[in-house]
Design a protein around this ligand. Structure first.
Ligand code: UDP
Ligand code: MG
Length: 328
């Protein structure tokens, strides 16, 4: 299962108020937002799986500002199980922030991330751990058959399609939130300043040695998905703007098209008037001049945006590359 973690979360940019002492083989990172009806089922299924692993484990629940009693339920579980740790956010910061907090505060040599709504069956965890061989840093999962509503699946497909386009063909994108990783991946996340981004996309972007396993996916039996249409659109837009300057370049291209069409039309009309003596309709000439000027304006905006985009990517401070190994 590899070395116990040496990483100290207190060295990460955001200080960890939790004690870091015990050596832990596996940390389970579980974001929770208003999942009160399902927490007890989750705990009973997960603890059975954990007991069967025969490893030192910790269950790290991140309560992302729940107001339905989830936190109180987690506290009650903590009373009877000392392997449970809880991080409570002051308010709802979103699943990505909750997962990141969990990654930073956990102590395991292997980290397993799973949703708290039992859509990722805990019984599949051993498969992920088996795939985490010494040369692997990240194990991603592919659901055998996704059991979500068609609107949720369609939303994910659109997001996947945009994100894959932005990342390019050399990145194999996996958006599942059921995965296992080593602390070295968290260190790499911490090298990027844009970590509130979609963790799954950031990890796919890194291209660390990855194994893929097929797992079951269950329908949500209690509670509702927290990802409605507006959240999915926001996520898609975050990925499009976060991973490329494509929207800015689109403005530049539109400007170039408008300016060249206007210019061509104007040149043609002037040629008709001067060389062939054909009288040109004033409105047509005006439209050509307008298209030309509007194009120039868009082009200038796009060019300014390109520079701004460079600053934006710089501010994110993502490393230019991630080294897998150096063999001397
Ligand atoms: N979640 C969270 N904060 C949020 C939204 C969701 O911690 O703002 C948690 C949620 O409790 C669940 C996981 O993230 O454990 C995935 O959420 P959900 O099941 O709603 O997403 P879906 O399965 O539809 O992708
Ligand atoms: Mg779910």
């Amino acid at each position: 299962m590899g070395e116990p973690a040496k990483r100290n979360p207190d060295e990460t940019p955001q200080k960890d108020p939790l004690p870091v002492s015990a050596e832990v083989d596996i940390s389970f990172v579980i974001p929770v937002y208003n999942e009160a009806p399902i927490i007890d089922d989750l705990y009973s299924r997960l603890s059975k799986v954990v007991a069967g692993l025969g490893k030192t484990c910790e269950l790290l629940f991140i309560d992302d500002g729940s107001d339905d009693g989830s936190y109180q339920q987690l506290q009650a579980l903590r009373e009877k199980d000392s392997s449970i740790r809880i991080i409570r956010f002051t308010r709802n910061f979103g699943q990505q922030a909750a997962v990141l907090a969990g990654f930073r505060h956990c102590r395991g040599a292997i980290i397993v991330q799973l949703d708290s709504d039992l859509q990722n069956p805990p019984e599949e965890i051993p498969k992920l751990l088996d795939a985490m061989t010494d040369d692997i840093e990240l194990v991603v999962t592919v659901p055998r058959k996704r059991k979500d509503t068609w609107t949720r699946v369609a939303g994910s497909r659109v997001l996947q399609c945009f994100a894959q386009k932005m990342l390019g063909p050399s990145c194999k994108l996996n958006l599942s939130s059921f995965r296992a990783l080593r602390p070295s991946v968290v260190d790499k996340i911490d090298q990027c300043k844009d970590k509130s981004q979609f963790m799954a996309v950031l990890m796919s972007w890194m291209g660390v040695p990855t194994a893929e396993v097929e797992v079951e996916h269950s329908a949500r039996e209690k509670g509702v998905t927290k990802y409605g249409l507006s959240q999915l659109i926001r996520l898609t837009w975050d990925i499009v703007t976060g991973y490329s300057n494509f929207p800015l370049r689109l403005v530049t291209y539109m400007g170039l098209l408008g300016a060249s069409t206007g210019f061509g039309l104007m040149a043609f009309l002037i040629f008709q008037r001067v060389v062939r003596g054909i009288l040109v309709d004033g409105m047509v000439l005006l439209s050509a001049a307008f298209a030309f000027l509007a194009g120039i304006q868009l082009l200038s905006m796009g060019l300014l945006g390109e520079y701004l985009g460079r600053v934006h990517l710089r501010v994110q401070d993502r490393p230019d590359y991630i080294v897998d190994k150096v063999i001397e």
